[in-house]
Design a protein around this ligand. Structure first.
Ligand code: PRP
Length: 180
């Protein structure tokens, strides 16, 4: 895939992300008892780095990891989005503690749709966590229960987030600046 020439300016360092994850896990421990198994659900593909760091910070408890892939399509005529599930969970979540992990909430369509779907399976308790939140882009009334960093409407990459499928492997969050 081709992309315009650009450079990446660091916005949130790997150290800042690590410190924030420690704080977020302290919140998660308050919600989910340590003696009950937690099903941590990552939304593919962007959440794969965040979920890897989160579950290792939660190594004091039993954690199951599962993944779900959703894709949203804009419909300019109706100013609405259709969210499709491309890959569903492998496991059951009925009656269980579930933490849904997202890299970024933008319009909010993806996570709000996924939450409705998963709640219909009657988990015992379900919470959502997003590393990044862009509230200025929101089109539906949705807020994740836990948020790593609230950011302005910038084109961000790294730590799981791509531009034209690249940069997911950067250890920090960077801002894309086009040079042409
Ligand atoms: C991105 C991101 C979120 C979603 C947020 O996924 O990872 O899942 O968009 O957007 P929304 O709040 O407007 O719905 P993308 O479709 O780019 O797929 P990816 O995770 O595979 O990169």
């Amino acid at each position: 895939m081709t992309s315009r020439p650009y450079v990446i300016d660091e916005m949130i360092s790997a150290k800042e992300i690590a410190a924030r994850i420690e704080a977020l896990c302290r919140e998660i421990r308050k919600t989910f008892p340590s003696n009950e198994r937690l099903v941590v659900v990552g939304l593919l593909r962007g959440s794969f780095v965040f979920i890897a760091d989160l579950v290792r910070e939660l190594s004091d408890r039993d954690v199951e990891v599962d993944f779900l892939e959703a894709s949203s399509y804009g419909n300019a005529m109706e100013s609405s989005r259709e969210v499709r599930i491309l890959k569903d969970l492998r496991g059951e979540i009925g009656g269980r503690n579930v933490l849904v992990v997202e890299d970024i909430v933008d319009t909010g369509y993806t996570l709000s749709h996924v939450v409705s779907l998963l709640k219909s399976r009657l988990p015992k308790r379900l919470q959502t966590i997003a590393l990044l939140d862009k509230p200025s882009r929101r089109e539906v009334d949705f807020r994740a229960d836990l948020i790593g960093f609230e950011i302005p409407d910038e084109f961000v990459v790294g730590y799981g987030i791509d531009y034209a499928q690249c940069n997911r492997n950067l250890p920090f969050i960077g801002k894309v600046r086009f040079t042409e």
